[in-house]
Design a binder for this molecule. Sequence first.
Ligand code: NAD
Length: 975
Amino acid sequence: MNGITATEERIHQHGTRLQKAVRAAEEKPRPAWLDTLVLRAIADPGFRVQALRFIDVLPALQDDNELVAHLQEYFHATGLPWPVFTGWGLRHSDAPWAVHIAAPLVRATLRGLARRFMGGSQLQHALDTIVRLRSRGMQYSLDLLGEAVVSEAEAERYQQAYLELLHGLRDTGADNDSLDQPNLSLKLSSLYSQINPLDPATSVEKICERLRPILLAARECGARITLDMEQYDFRHIVLQCFMTVLMEPELRDWPHAGIAMQAYLCETREDLQWLIDWAVERGTPVQLRLVRGAYWDYETVIARQHGWEVPVWEHKAQTDANYEACLELLFAHHSSVSPAIATHNVRSLACAMTQAEQAGLAGDDFEFQMLYGMADELKQALVNLGYRLRVYVPYGETLPGMAYLVRRLLENTSGQTILDSGMVATGTGADLLARPVPWIAEPQQRPPPTFQNQPVHRFIRSAERNALQQALNEIKTELGREYPLIIGGDPVSGAGRITSINPARPDEIIGVAAAANRSQADQALTAATEAFPGWSRLPVTERAATLRRAALRLTEQRDRFAAWQILEAGKHWREADADVCEAIDFLNYYAGEAERLAAGQVVTVDGEHNELNYHPRGVGLVIAPWNFPLAILTGMLAATIVSGNTAILKPSSLTPVIAARFMELLQVAGLPPGVVNFLPGPGEDVGAYLAAHPDISVIAFTGSRDVGSRLLATGTQLADGQGHVKRVIAEMGGKNAIIIDADADLDDAIPGVVQSAFGYQGQKCSAASRIIVHRRIHDVFVERLRDATHSLVIGDPREPGQVFGPVIDAAAHTRIQGVIEQGKQVAQLVTEGRTDLPETGYYLSPAVFAGVAPDDALAQEEIFGPVTAVLQADDFEHALVLANNTRYALTGGVYSRRPAHLERARAVFQVGNLYLNRKITGALVARQPFGGFKLSGVGSKAGGPDYLKQFMDPVCITENTLRRGFAPAPGGNES
Ligand code: NAD
């Protein structure tokens, strides 16, 4: 018998013995309705999602009517398998009196359900649970549940709660032998609200500051602590914290620390080896808890959504096989890393028993771990067979805890977690013990290439971070360079100069751009006009190819372009990177769109041939803003030229260097001379002059409402001899609102609002500047938003960990400061002024105003800075009225878990881009075509299928193909 066969044989023996013990273990039967509920959840994915979503929203439903309304909307009253009384209450829930019977019954039922999976809501309950477990020969690990931590104040409270729990356990343990060694699990994301993979060192330092006292207290109390592993983005940080703090002299010889590792991650085996080597060096063992991992769906969805490599094994059998491979590694090094096998999977259990035996381990050298409330027969069977078993007991307030548990454990809507949990018996004995055979993907037939967004950097790999850091270092030598005008492909000195500075360090000159005067504007017009015939007659494929070549070059130099934005526009790393990716997207997307439109439309009927084609208009004027200094400029310019027009590009005077560098890139990419003429200069002078010039036929503008509306007026004026009406595409400002409904998930809504309001210091046209909050949660929301805002890391965007930088220039600083001072007269400024603002640079404290009247300037005028106004709404309808009470209609958002409210928002919220349950900034080309209406703009959405048509004239040609009764057949064949 070879080795594999012998091992398999032994695994089967152990597995069969275990299954026999399971059958012998007597457990309290589960209520029939719970079994039915779980089985239905497994069989019916739609129901499963609704059920999990309902449990998730339940804690937020304090009001009986709301609870019943949610229930009806989630399940449409389809026969849910409730316990008898609850079912009765629900059937009568249309009657007003019955609501107050049905709602408490539902709460009580689900609270009962929650209690099956939680050790209690207070320490005393948890202790009772522990004593019960001990009486059955089981040990425990307590997991303190709570809401997600969105601010430093919350992180501190969480740390305190942990310390209190430790001391509580120690004090109680003194007179209770069942509690001999308190055992706690801990999530590091609860200890620091600003974890940032871009700056792991700071994250590790901040977490360790709060972790250290916990571990020291645990040591003093004789407790054991295991760090949970969380989402993939935090994995390195969690590992680093663990290794850093446990190497410190006061903890290096402490043997009671552990960490969880997830077998579903493709990299876990290497991580384990790394941990093992480290543990050997440390000289004191640690415990390693091997789990499969609870965020499979999340990791897969997030990676696919962003175009990143999926970090988890895509098939369950691969995870199962990896679990066994990891077990082998753990058992081989059990003296340095003591294995804790956390699984409900019978095959994995049998495999662990076999490997432990083969490695010569005694029963005390490892332990099994299982979740409280699940697979109880299996637990008892293990204990009966003499194995050590620890039960992972979540503890905290029942209903919120349940919701948290749902998110952590059952959010994998694939249902696999439920199956693995042992909640229900599935399969036959032999199936359950079969060796996992990793499934090999068949090479798939790829669909024809369509547009794909350029993935932003995830920044969890040091290579990505180092590349951007290196780009920042490299461009230092190029600071202060002069950039000429480019007219007809040639450099031309300007009539003036625009000195561009770094808003974070105003004495640092980024570059000096030439500024054009009117006669140079005329020269540029001549060059563009002369280049038009040649460029417009090129086949569209050639123009598209030029854009694609530029996209390729930009992709190669993406870090350098991001670095320029960090310095010239004060964008932090992620924002700068995203802006470059968007520019790449515009180039590729409009190249494809131009080719699509070039096919035109052909309609043939008997004796008649019709063609609809699009023709370029002439010379376009592109006037760009500074806040997306590359993306928006590139989008407007690419659309202009790929349509066959030539262009004059006038960048913002605040960010001319990025524009100049992009112009250089276009030239290198082979753009013929004169197709784009680069003409920085004062907007109110050359900009206005060109806009009024009769030789301009399209104006693509993005910027403020005042300038935009002036350009629209200019566009309608006919100059002497002007033979066309100008097309003006003007994308302007916004006064964007996010509605926070009474049942909103604040753990999601708070970070979403912070990012929407304060991302790039609120200097986005899409930024949230009005937050309309249901009165029932208003005060809690404002307090959490204030604390979260106060926790933002402020500083020079050049440093990777900073998320909040300076505003663009001194004028903006003074203006926004003035708005804040005025606001204080009419509303309550709930955020405090930050005392940690850098001394130089145009920094401002992010400001949240509460008690803002709907018609006050704070709620009506675009501020374009880090200021947001909170308004209170009586109910959802009122919130919608407030949201629409503005002259703008750009972006808007709703955080609500009530299906009917989301439906209502879809129908009546007047905005160009509506976002449900997510932040309202960061639209992606093609996926979220962007642009507004009312005073927010006149134009079809950028990055959408109608955009290019605005740069062209549609022409329809009809030919009569009937000659003397002789006509080709429809389709053109004359047979
Ligand atoms: P701005 O209107 O001050 O400047 C935009 C451009 O117009 C600059 O290049 C400027 O030099 C030029 N300009 C100024 N006066 C001119 C004139 N009289 N004639 C011709 N050109 C002139 O805007 P900004 O400060 O650069 O950008 C911020 C504004 O842009 C905000 O209002 C923001 O909401 C808006 N914005 C809108 C969108 C959108 O897609 N809707 C996107 C980004 C920014």
